[in-house]
Design a binder for this molecule. Structure first.
Ligand code: ZN
Length: 350
């Protein structure tokens, strides 16, 4: 089964290594969740490669920002990133992505339109979508938005779980709904319109609920969350309520299911593991609620803790077997595994 994955953080991970342009850490091998040989072996045909800027070292760690209560926990939001810091960091990750393409000898390609995507599918070339996770590298007056478009950005998450000039991300909290603060700024609303005009897919992951509904109102594209889960199963800020999921279904969009143990499985305290079957539980729930055309994978490999039984990208065949066991037909599995992402990308890029 061919797999298209809605989210990975390999670029962030490699750029923190001593050699930030070490393409071998993807193309040859790496001890983490993801590298090219294992992905190819597991059937991965492509996915979203996230350009995500970590908090600077001056910001206390998530553990240090965690506030515990009797029934759960809350990690307070990190402060806004400095523009120059975010911009430099993003450029480095984009350089790495294109160096991976160059060093892959034609086996890996950054795709920027439907025909390039089709070319990759037909020729078994791994297709990468350049995704900006958090709009901090973009100037609030949007002066350099087209610079990033020209660089190949075709998917944009307005926020990570922090505030920025465009909107407010959700903190990580359990139990808590996603309605955690104000929505988009005027610059954020303008960003949505400009992305629609350029044909850049807008990703709602990490945005709070007010921001979500403002994008739903403004955007002419399918609504998409690249890496998320169902709030009805696990009441966590990052997860989508039934109303949000229905809006995604109504817009012919997609929710990519994250493999993060703490989004998949509830608990008063963050945990290190969850059963692999929780991934299928969230997929089945969303497929029942809004239809099998609107759910997909959004692993978050190399960005989060995943079920031990899944292990790494090599675990994809196990997930496909579990989809089979849960009663999804071959046609339905193809939609979940890759066709839904391909449909939504093409619709967003028009
Ligand atoms: Zn994320």
């Amino acid at each position: 089964m061919r797999i298209f994955d809605g989210h990975n953080d390999i670029l962030n991970k490699i750029t923190k290594m001593p050699d930030p342009l070490n393409t071998k850490a993807f193309l040859v091998s790496d001890p983490g969740h993801l590298d090219f040989p294992r992905a190819l072996q597991a059937g991965v045909m492509g996915g979203f490669f996230s350009v995500y800027t970590s908090n600077p070292s001056s910001v206390p760690s998530a553990e240090d920002r965690m506030v515990l209560s009797d029934d759960g926990y809350r990690i307070t939001l990190a402060p806004e990133l400095d523009y120059d810091y975010a911009h430099q960091s993003a450029l480095q990750m984009i350089d790495l992505l294109f160096k991976i393409q160059d060093d892959s000898l034609g086996q890996f390609q950054v795709v920027t339109n439907s025909s390039e995507l089709d070319h990759c599918i037909e020729n078994n070339i791994m297709a990468a979508v350049l995704h900006l996770e958090g709009a901090e590298p973009i100037q609030p007056d949007l002066e350099n938005l087209e610079f990033f478009y020209e660089k190949g950005m075709r998917s944009l998450g307005i926020t990570w779980s922090r505030p920025n000039k465009f909107g407010h991300g959700v903190p990580f909290a359990y139990p808590s709904g996603p309605d955690t603060g104000p929505g988009l700024t005027d610059a954020g609303k303008e960003l949505v319109k400009r992305c629609n005009g350029l044909g850049v897919m807008i990703d709602l992951a990490h945005l709070n609920e007010k921001g979500f509904w403002e994008v739903a109102e403004l955007s002419s594209q399918p609504l998409v969350s690249t890496h998320t889960a169902a709030y009805s199963l696990v009441p966590k800020t990052r997860n989508l309520t039934d109303e949000q999921l229905k809006a995604i279904g109504d817009s012919d969009g997609v929710a990519g299911i994250i493999f993060s143990v703490n989004d998949l499985d509830g608990g008063k305290r963050p945990k290190d593991n969850a059963p692999i079957g929780k991934i299928i539980d969230h997929i089945s729930y969303i497929a029942d609620l809004i239809g099998v055309d609107h759910v997909a994978f959004g692993s978050d490999f190399d960005g989060t803790k995943i079920p031990a039984e899944l292990g790494d990208v090599s675990g994809y065949p196990k997930l496909v077997a579990l989809l089979d066991g849960a009663g999804f037909s071959k046609k339905e599995q193809e939609k979940i595994c890759h066709q839904n992402w391909i449909r939504v990308l093409k619709a967003s890029w028009k």
